[in-house]
Write a protein that binds this ligand. Structure first.
Ligand code: F6R
Length: 232
């Protein structure tokens, strides 16, 4: 695992270049995307690179990490909508290549099973982009999530619901095992609000109480963190 401590701006630029590098490496790369506040500048930078002719998303296949249960893709509060607004609508990714967990469907078991199958049949995720929750969650794998967990329905912790400002109690998320199967991982963490958790993730014990700590066992994970998040 590589940890790069940079200014936020540099971290965003370097992380975006890493994404571009992986896209260029293959004819049809599979990229795992995340949502949240941290990702906004990354998507802005990727859109800038696209407009400058530095990257082509036309053959990229995408899988997003998670979605709230009870929200269909066209709901404004959904992560699918966030991705459209901040990224998909601004680059040349093809609609048919976008994969999303549909939180609006009741048969979540088959939705999750089908997602795992689709990841596999696409050849597996080449690069998974991640943020991190203040309690150490990745995707919506809250503390207690096992290293081998797969895409499933989970309960959101009170902390996550408060921070995200949502009433939804459940979400669908790729599992830790699903994330760890990605060939490469890029994690971004910015700001003072992440300094405590970054210290724990990098120096604490690896285990299910701190889901992001499992990333220390990944062969090709890069953490891009700004100086504030790296303070401790
Ligand atoms: C979102 C996701 C979450 C966020 C995390 C950090 O798809 O998977 O794990 O990355 O909650 O969110 P922000 O960036 O808003 O601090």
């Amino acid at each position: 695992m590589k940890v790069l401590v940079l200014s936020k701006r540099e971290a965003v630029e370097r992380a975006a270049l890493e994404v571009v590098k992986r896209i260029k490496r293959k004819k049809r790369s599979v990229i795992g995307f995340a949502t949240g506040k941290t990702m906004i500048p990354l998507y802005r930078e990727l859109v800038r690179l696209y407009r400058a002719g530095k990257v082509d998303f036309s053959k990229v296949v995408s899988f997003n990490l998670d979605e709230y249960v009870g929200l269909s893709s066209n709901d404004k509060r959904s992560f699918r909508n966030y991705m459209n607004r901040n990224f998909f609508s601004k680059v040349n990714i093809k609609e048919k290549n976008i994969n999303f967990l549909d939180g609006g469907r009741r048969n979540w078991r088959s939705v999750c099973r089908d997602y795992e199958k689709r990841i596999k049949s696409s050849g597996g995720i080449d690069l998974q982009i991640l943020g991190i929750g203040r309690n150490g969650h990745i995707g919506f794998n809250e503390p207690g999530s096992g290293e081998k967990s797969r895409t499933r329905k989970v309960k959101l912790s009170a902390m996550t619901r408060t921070i995200n400002g949502v009433k939804f109690r459940e979400a669908l998320t790729m599992g830790i095992g699903t994330i760890m199967d990605a060939r490469g991982i890029v994690l971004l963490a910015f700001g003072k609000e992440k300094e405590e958790i970054m210290k724990k993730v990098l120096e604490g014990r690896v285990g299910r109480e701190l889901p992001a700590s499992f990333l220390r066992r990944h062969k090709d994970a890069i953490f891009f963190i700004d100086r504030e998040a790296a303070q401790k």
